[in-house]
Ligand binder design. Sequence first.
Ligand code: HEC
Length: 122
Amino acid sequence: MANGRAYVVLAAFAAGIVLGPGAALAALAASADNGKVAFVKHGCWQCHGFAGQGSVATSAGRVLYDTKLPFDVFKAYVRDPSGAMPPYHVEILSDSDLADIYAYLESLPQPKPASEIPLLKQ
Ligand code: HEC
C-alpha cells in the first residue's frame, strides 16, 4: 500500500521536526560542541584565540587548550580573575556553559612537539 507507506514516512518526518531541536539541545548539554559555541559567544576567543592557543598580546601568553588546571581552579579563575582578564559571573556565563567550554578546550588536539616539525630542525 503506497499510501500507508507515505503516512509512515510523513509521520517519521514530523517526529523529526518535533523531536529534533529538543533532542539536539539535550545532546549538546555538557558537550565540547556546545563549549565551542559558548567559547565564541562569550568572547573567550578574542583574547585566547579560537583554538585556545593564547597570545602574548591579549592573554599574557596563557594557553587554554589542554589546560592543566583542574576544572574547579579553571572555573574559579574565570569567575574571579586576578589579572587583566574580565570576570565572568554566573549571571552571564552559566556553570553548564563553563563546563562545556572546559570540555571543548580539553577536546582540542595537541600540537606536534617542536622536534617533529622539520622546519624547526634546520
Ligand atoms: C579581554 C581579554 C580576555 C577575555 C575576553 C578572556 N580572557 Fe581569559 N585571560 C586573559 C588574560 C590576559 C589572562 C592572563 C591572566 C590575567 O591577566 O588575568 C587570562 C587567563 C585565563 C585563564 C587562566 C589560565 C592559566 O593557565 O593561568 C583562564 C582559565 C581563562 N583565562 C579562561 C577564559 C575563558 C573561559 C574566557 C571566556 C569565558 C576568557 N578567559 C576570556 C584575557 C581574557
